[in-house]
Design a binder for this molecule. Structure first.
Ligand SMILES: Cc1cc2nc3c(=O)[nH]c(=O)nc-3n(C[C@H](O)[C@H](O)[C@H](O)COP(=O)(O)O)c2cc1C
Length: 398
């Protein structure tokens, strides 16, 4: 998402300047090209040299230095940028931006830019909550800027309050959401995609259950990949892995709960990807209290409803993608499932090998279709496998 993105990174004079270094580095690690401009007040906190060395670009601070005669530097930066980030944004600079001031390099460049603006205010709680600051932030938001909400916590003043500069990961997540919302050209814009993940748990009693080795990593990676392509993603998951804020998440445990959640959303969905490892069986009776130890225990199992098969029967306009986790006769079983369950694609993987499939970070899969030739994705990170599966889904949807 940030690969080759040209980011103009504006640093203003708050105590959180040192934290913005981490944000800038993370953006560079994600592939962005970053050019920094600072206010003189920002340079009181951290020397421009730090930003210059880490961004590998000269830092702009003086509007009138104009070392390169072929450019007016603040206009050149404003025109160059695909995205503008002000981090941290002081109350003072927020006020200037809201009212169109152009009295230093930062405010002049930001008045001249036409690309999106992302603002990370950070300041004392009372400064942040002052009606002037709130009104100024509102003005910027009304003009299309994204205003990141500061965190509540321990402030530099020595007391707790709202105004802290958020963690870099949280800012990057918000930035991604902002960019996805802005880009109307993303291939899955306007599409609603339902994804299931994780191994379901079938309760024996309040503290024991039957489950499987699925971690949910593949389903969660698919949800993120579809989200990055602009889809409205709903993830129904039995896993507790973290999820991007832009993804609607529904936590479930049992196969019955999963069935209910999928079934009630299926009609409004454009595609369903069933990456969850759903238990085929559940205890016929669930004990209300913890079962006491016995010499021998027999648990009667009943078959769970087959969610994919049921959705295959209901299918109208939806693209239906299943997973076949097998340890033998993988192709044969996958093709059988594709046909019997009325799927459009089936992702087959060998869960009998320790370096791929369940509970690992990598996978190797072969995808079978109804008419086209199968496609194999060789052993790689699940995030990459997910991106390729989503590309194949996009082709199916075209
Ligand atoms: C120690 C210290 C810490 C400050 N921290 C902040 C801050 O976190 N947020 C803020 O809005 N202003 C803060 N200020 C006030 C700004 O530095 C001041 O308003 C300055 O004029 C901002 O200039 P700029 O917006 O051009 O960078 C701080 C000032 C000092 C002396």
């Amino acid at each position: 998402m940030f690969k080759d993105k040209k980011i103009a990174f504006y640093v203003t004079g708050g105590i959180a300047v040192y934290k913005s270094i981490q944000l800038m580095r993370d953006l560079i690690k994600l592939g962005a090209e970053v050019k920094v401009a600072m206010t003189p007040a920002a340079a009181e906190f951290v020397a421009p040299l730090t930003f210059q060395v880490l961004s590998k670009n000269a830092v702009h601070m003086d509007t009138f230095s104009e070392e390169l005669p072929q450019y007016v530097q603040h206009i050149h930066l404003a025109d160059w940028a695909d995205l503008n980030i002000v981090a941290p944004a002081t109350a003072n600079t927020v006020a200037k931006l809201a009212h169109g001031f152009a009295d230093n390099f930062v405010t002049s460049a930001l008045l001249a830019t036409t690309s999106p603006l992302f603002v990370v205010p950070a300041m004392n709680e009372h400064m942040y909550e002052h009606p002037a600051t709130q009104e100024n932030l509102q003005i910027l938001q009304n003009r299309g800027a994204y205003i990141m909400e500061p965190e509540t916590g321990f402030l530099a003043e020595g007391y707790s309050g709202k105004g802290r500069f958020p963690e870099s990961a949280a800012i990057i997540e918000a930035l991604e959401s902002f960019l996805i919302d802005l880009d109307e050209q993303l291939p899955l814009k306007g599409k609603s995609i339902l994804i299931t993940a994780g191994g379901t748990k079938e309760r024996i009693d309040p503290v024991r259950y039957i489950s499987n080795d699925s971690s949910g990593k593949m389903g969660h990676a698919l949800a993120e990949a579809a989200c990055r392509q602009g889809a409205e993603v709903t993830l129904i998951t039995a896993s507790s892995l973290p999820v991007h804020k832009k993804i609607r998440t529904i936590s479930i445990d049992s196969a019955a709960a999963l069935y209910k959640e999928v079934d009630q959303r299926f009609d409004q969905t454009d595609a369903l990807i069933m990456a969850a490892a759903v238990s085929d069986y559940a205890p016929a009776h669930q004990a209300d209290h913890k079962m006491k130890k016995q010499d021998q225990l027999t648990i009667e199992l009943k078959k769970n409803r087959d969610i994919l098969k049921a959705m295959g029967k209901k299918k109208a306009h939806q693209i239906l993608i299943g997973f076949a986790a097998e340890t033998e006769h993988i192709e044969q079983y996958a093709l059988k499932k594709l046909k019997e369950k009325n799927l459009d694609m089936i992702v087959a993987n060998d869960v009998g090998q320790s370096d791929r499939g369940f509970n690992t970070d990598q996978n190797e899969v072969t995808i079978y279709f109804r008419a086209e030739e199968p496609a194999t994705i060789l052993l790689t990170d699940k995030t990459k496998v997910a991106e390729k599966i989503v590309q194949l889904l996009i082709q199916q949807m075209e």
